[in-house]
Design a protein. Structure first.
Length: 307
């Protein structure tokens, strides 16, 4: 059951001269969501995020955050929002700790040393908190940007490509942090990323936009279930299996054969009957491996989208 709306975007549009970057966009983000915001390059994601953060104004439409109009109550809303947009900037000649201390003073929230060290530990920088930021790698600066976004304990966290520049271990740690913030801290996370695999692992709801328009929105699991699975059947004799399949409609779903692996494109309800058929025809099936990725779904949806 869906709960309180944290972000509510209604008929949002933004034009830059002759270009309509966002076109009548609607979306809802609920409390506790990790909401994936997806689209190809030029889809209008960055423009939408800038409007969410009140960095640019919409041409048309309304944004509500925490049930309040962003246009009318900008300051009170943004006090409860943390964000990373593009590459975070810091004073390179100061330490990570000193940078966050300065930011805490600017925020006026009375953030103490304990809280600064807590967020540095959350993002894995507690051992380098005294180091000057100019000695940090790109990935470490990205982590510090996330620490900055979390410093004032926001209710809504907007992340634009938060794993940029991170190695696989760093990406895993950020992924685990996002899940922790949502599940354990009841934070709402609005996540824009081009790494679809990462979004698939953490998001419970998502939207795909293209050319500024909504293509699809909903529960990640439900949307993925609407498409066919790639299903690999590992058998003892692929040639014999292919032979018995030529007598059925299943042959039309067979995409490839590699060694003793038969790869099909199937709906989930067809897996069990196909397995049963093969076994009845004396084909030994040692494994059935279904898979479907957000990347495949994303490509299918965006390729079908009107130009």
């Amino acid at each position: 059951m869906l709960s309180e709306k944290i972000i509510e975007i209604s008929n949002l549009s933004k034009e830059f001269r002759e270009v309509k970057a966002v076109d009548s966009l609607n979306l809802n983000v609920y409390r506790g969501d990790v909401f994936g915001f997806l689209g190809p390059n030029g889809a209008g994601k960055s423009t939408t995020i800038r409007m969410l953060l009140s960095l640019i104004n919409p041409s048309v439409g309304e944004i509500k955050i925490f049930g309040k109009s962003l246009k009318n109550e900008r300051n009170s809303i943004l006090r409860r929002v943390g964000a990373i947009v593009e590459k975070p900037d810091f004073y390179g000649y100061l330490s990570a700790y000193k940078n966050l201390e300065i930011l805490s003073r600017i925020s006026g929230k009375g953030i103490n040393r304990k809280r600064i060290m807590e967020v540095l530990e959350l993002v894995g920088l507690e051992k380098r908190y005294k180091s000057k930021v100019k000695t940090y790698s790109h990935g470490m600066k990205q982590r510090l940007g996330l620490a900055q976004a979390l410093l004032h304990d926001p209710d809504l966290i907007i992340l634009d490509e938060p794993t940029t520049g991170l190695d696989p271990q760093g990406m895993k740690e950020i992924r685990e942090l996002i899940i922790h913030l949502s599940r354990d801290k009841q934070k709402t996370v609005f996540l824009s990323s081009h790494i679809l695999y990462e979004v698939e692992l953490v998001a419970n709801r998502m939207i795909i936009i293209n050319k500024g328009k909504t293509i699809v929105e909903g529960e990640v699991s439900a949307l993925l279930n609407k498409t066919k699975l790639k299903v690999t059947f590992e058998v003892n004799d692929s040639e014999k299996a292919k032979g018995v399949l030529t007598e059925t409609a299943y042959i039309n779903d067979l995409e490839s054969i590699v060694d003793n692996m038969l790869v099909f494109s199937l709906s989930s309800e067809m897996i069990a009957p196909l397995n049963k058929y093969l076994v009845e025809k004396n084909i030994e099936v040692s494994a059935v491996i279904p898979s479907r990725s957000l990347e495949e779904y994303f490509l299918e949806i965006t390729e079908k989208a009107p130009g």
